[in-house]
Design a binder for this molecule. Sequence first.
Ligand code: ADP
Ligand code: MG
Length: 440
Amino acid sequence: MLTNQNGNDIYSFNIDKFYRNYLKGPSLFRKREALEPSFIPDELPHRNSEIEKIAGITACALKGDVPPNFLCYGMTGTGKTATVRYVSQKLAQHCTNNPPWWIYINCTVVSTPYRILAHIYNTIVGREKIPATGLPKDVILKKLLGLLDQKVKNSVCFLVLDEIDILIEKKGGNEILYTLTRLNESLDLCRTSVIGISNKLKFMEYLDSRVTSNLDEEEPIVFHPYNANELADILKLRAKIAFHEGIIEEGVIKLCAGLAAREHGDARKALQLLRKAGEIAERNQNKKILEKHVENAQKDIDKDHIVEYMISMPLQAQLALTAIFLLSKYTREHIITSGDIYEVHSELTNKVPGVKQLTHRRISDYINELALSGLITANTRSMGHYGRTKIINLDIESELVERVLSQIKKIQDYKLLNYKPILLQTDKVKVKNIVFKKLI
Ligand code: ADP
Ligand code: MG
């Protein structure tokens, strides 16, 4: 067991005991994957009209005709991916001969024109035939056309471009969309149809007009955000599959639905809350999922967002946060002002080669951003003859800040988290601090 210099246990978590108790504890989940985003339920409540529209557009594939290209719009978690996948399964069930192919392309993962062509090709042949890089694009395209005519003979191949908005922001995005929406002109026996799914409603504005005319043969299908009651219906159905009977306390579903409705009616968020609440209850050996578990799940999710945010901040903002962390670490008494942060930030930049010192103005901008994101509070106060200044407090646990900052390479390499600011040792600052304390 790990001990520090005083011989005290600093790590007393007993993993063996934890697992033994966990196994002995109640099992709440019947089928955990039913709460995963990739799970496709047998029913999609409150998506009737969208299902009807997509079924209508794609039905002609059953008779060997070519469905038009079309788009689905809506915020994240409004059921776009689930609905398209659901319809594709149903369509397959009603096909007697030459069932259509469905190729899913998640443009956040497969995002370059080359990789999209390679992905379609490799999915049809069922293995990695085309390497991740290397061939000229026109060569792959030619191979792909040949393959489509051969393998998807007398049938339709749906190309679902999910998160298509990501593609448009990339180099060559418009061009590959143009190519994919015009494949039929170069095919003899196979027919293709593109379904674009976008989280951004404004995405059409970024499209080349040549592509727009290929994609808007049909009215786009708009997925509206769910309200709290609709989310509750979705959750109830999923909970029935995911959990054993009678283990959800009344109010839990309503709370998850209400919290997710506040965030633009996101069903993914609602399901994530319920799953996490279940996991927390199970870890705590509770026999039921209670509202307090949902509240804790929400806290966990918020924490995950904060961690992600801190990791993705620019280095200069991370250094400003490091300065705040150090100021609060070495003296709990110290009242932190924006001037202090400027000074310590400058000290830190001197330690890291290639990082520029910032102006007061830029530091002030970063402080405002950190405050907006909820990591710190910054209140402007009048401090006698020192004038007006911002008083800064860290708003989240300093252990969490330390844990995240210690993962940033430059901060770790130059051991910035162990650095003791010179500023704290100057008399000027000590005097100022005494005055400030009286004023606050
Ligand atoms: P989008 O693609 O719009 O971001 P998804 O289709 O991925 O949203 O849906 C997110 C999650 O919510 C998935 O787990 C999905 O199964 C579920 N979901 C969305 N709408 C419904 C619905 N009407 N009924 C049941 N589950 C739904
Ligand atoms: Mg989606």
